[in-house]
Write a protein that binds this ligand. Structure first.
Ligand SMILES: Cc1ncc(COP(=O)(O)O)c(C=O)c1O
Ligand SMILES: [Zn+2]
Length: 401
C-alpha cells in the first residue's frame, strides 16, 4: 500500500472557551479578552486523516501533526517528546485484585516530565509566530521544559519559580540559559511577579492556559493512550491536577478522535487528584461561588499540584462532570507512601504527582458512584494512572521513602 504523506495541519481558528468567539490562529493570542478565559484550538476535521496513516510516522507526539496547531513543519521544535510507554502493573494487579491496571509513564520525556509535550507545541508555535522572548510563572517542571525548548529554538526565556522548588529544577533552568527568578511563595505569587516584570507586555506569557498551545501538546497523551490501546479506551483515567492542562487536553483529544471516527464511546471517567495542601478543584466543586473566600494553600511534596487558582477551572470542572469523573484529595503522607509502594511492587520510581494517582485509586474503590448504582469504580474496570514525571527530580522525596 502506498504510504500517504503528512498533509497540512487541520487547525482552523482559536475559540473562546466562554462564548465561542473566534480568534485568529496566525496572531500572537494568549487568552480570550471577551470572557477572560482560555482559548482553545479548533480543527476542521472534515479532511481525511486515517489512523492507518500513523503506522509509519515518527515516534514522537508530532505523529499527530494534522491535529496540532503548527502550520509549517519547519517550525517544529522537538526534542523527541511523546510516545511514552504504557506499563502494565502486574504485581499491583495481583496484590490488590485489579483486572487491568496500566500506567502511562511520562518520566522518559525530555526534561523528565510531560511538560515537554506542552512546551514543544508552545515553542514551535512561538517560532512560527516570530516571538523571541517569553516568560513563565511555574511550579517547577514547566519552567524547566520551557527553558529547554527555548534553548533549542534560540528564544529568550524568563522563568519565575518558588524558592522552595527542588534545586535540581532551578539548576536545570540555568543550564538551558533561562533567566531564573525566585519568589518566596507559591506559583500564584510567581504569577504576580511575572506580571510585574512583564508590565510592558514585552514577553509572550506562557502561563498555563493563558497560552493556547501547551494544551495541544498535552492532549497528545490522549491520542497515544488510544493508539497504544488499539483504539479501546480504559474505563478510568486518574490524573494529578495542578493547572489541569493534561486532564483538559486528554479529554479534548478524545472528543477530537470521536470526530475523526478513530474511537467510539463510552469515554473514560476522568479523575483529578490533588493534595490536601492545595485542593482548589475540590473546593470549587463543593462551593463553586464562595470557595475562594476561605481557601488556603501550602507547599506540597508534589509541587506540581500546588496551583491555588487554576485559570482553567471551568474547563477542569466540565471534564469531570461530562465524564462522570471525580476528585480525590490526598494527605502528604499518602502521596509519600504511594511512591514507596509502587517502587517496591513494580520497580518504578514515580514522581510524587504520579504517586498520588495510585493512592487515589484506592480511595475511589470505596466511593459510591454519582450516576450509576454501585461504586464509582470497580476492581474489574480497566484503570490508567498517569505518572507525569520522573522521581529522579525529587531527591528530597527519595530521602523520605
Ligand atoms: C510532575 C507534574 N505532574 C503534574 C503536574 C500538574 O500538571 P497540570 O498543571 O497540567 O495539571 C505538574 C505541574 O507542574 C507536574 O510538574
Ligand atoms: Zn468569550
Amino acid at each position: 500500500m502506498k504510504q500517504r504523506t503528512i498533509s497540512s495541519s487541520f487547525a482552523a481558528f482559536l475559540e473562546c472557551s466562554g462564548c465561542q468567539k473566534k480568534y485568529n490562529l496566525s496572531q500572537a493570542n494568549t487568552f480570550s479578552k471577551c470572557c477572560n478565559k482560555p482559548l482553545l484550538v479548533n480543527y476542521r476535521v472534515t479532511e481525511s486523516f486515517l489512523k492507518e496513516d500513523l503506522t509509519q510516522r515518527e515516534n514522537t507526539m508530532w505523529r499527530y501533526f494534522e491535529m496540532l496547531p503548527v502550520q509549517n513543519k519547519q517550525n517544529i521544535v522537538s526534542l523527541g517528546e511523546g510516545m511514552t510507554p504504557l506499563i502494565r502493573l502486574h504485581n499491583l494487579e495481583d496484590k490488590y485484585g485489579f483486572s487491568h491496571l496500566l500506567m502511562k509513564d511520562e518520566s522518559g520525556n525530555p526534561t523528565g516530565s510531560f511538560k515537554a509535550r506542552g512546551m514543544s507545541a508552545a515553542v514551535s508555535k512561538m517560532k512560527e509566530l516570530g516571538i523571541n522572548k517569553c516568560i513563565i510563572p511555574t511550579a517547577g517542571s514547566a519552567g524547566v521544559a520551557l527553558a529547554a525548548y527555548c534553548a533549542s529554538a534560540n528564544i529568550h526565556c524568563v522563568v519565575v519559580m518558588p524558592t522552595h522548588t527542588p534545586d535540581i529544577l532551578k539548576k536545570e533552568c540555568q543550564l538551558y540559559d533561562a533567566k531564573l527568578i525566585l519568589v518566596d511563595g507559591l506559583i500564584s505569587d510567581c504569577a504576580i511577579k511575572a506580571k510585574e516584570i512583564n508590565a510592558d507586555e514585552n514577553y509572550f506569557d506562557v502561563s498555563t492556559l493563558k497560552e493556547p498551545y501547551r494544551l495541544e501538546g498535552k492532549k497528545t497523551m490522549g491520542y497515544e493512550i488510544a493508539e497504544q490501546l488499539h483504539w479501546v479506551l480504559p474505563d478510568v483515567i486518574i490524573y494529578p491536577a495542578g493547572g489541569g492542562t493534561g486532564l483538559i487536553g486528554i479529554w479534548k483529544a478524545f472528543l477530537e478522535m470521536l470526530q475523526l471516527g478513530w474511537i467510539s464511546g463510552p469515554l473514560p471517567k476522568m479523575i483529578a487528584v490533588q493534595s490536601e495542601n492545595c485542593a482548589p478543584v475540590f473546593s470549587a466543586y463543593n462551593d463553586p461561588v464562595n470557595w475562594k473566600k476561605s481557601f488556603h494553600a501550602k507547599p506540597s511534596v508534589a509541587n506540581g499540584l500546588v496551583v491555588p487558582d487554576p485559570f482553567g477551572m471551568d474547563l477542569i470542572q466540565k471534564v469531570i462532570y461530562e465524564s462522570d469523573g471525580d476528585i480525590v484529595v490526598l494527605s502528604e503522607k499518602a502521596i509519600i507512601d504511594g511512591a514507596r509502594e509502587v517502587a517496591k511492587a513494580e520497580g518504578i520510581l514515580l514522581s510524587p504527582e504520579g504517586s498520588a494517582t495510585w493512592k487515589a485509586l484506592n480511595v475511589l474503590l470505596e466511593r459510591p458512584g454519582r450516576r450509576a448504582s454501585g461504586n464509582k469504580i470497580n476492581k474489574s474496570d480497566s484503570v490508567l494512572l498517569l505518572n507525569t514525571g520522573s522521581g529522579y527530580k525529587y531527591p528530597d522525596l527519595m530521602a523520605m521513602l
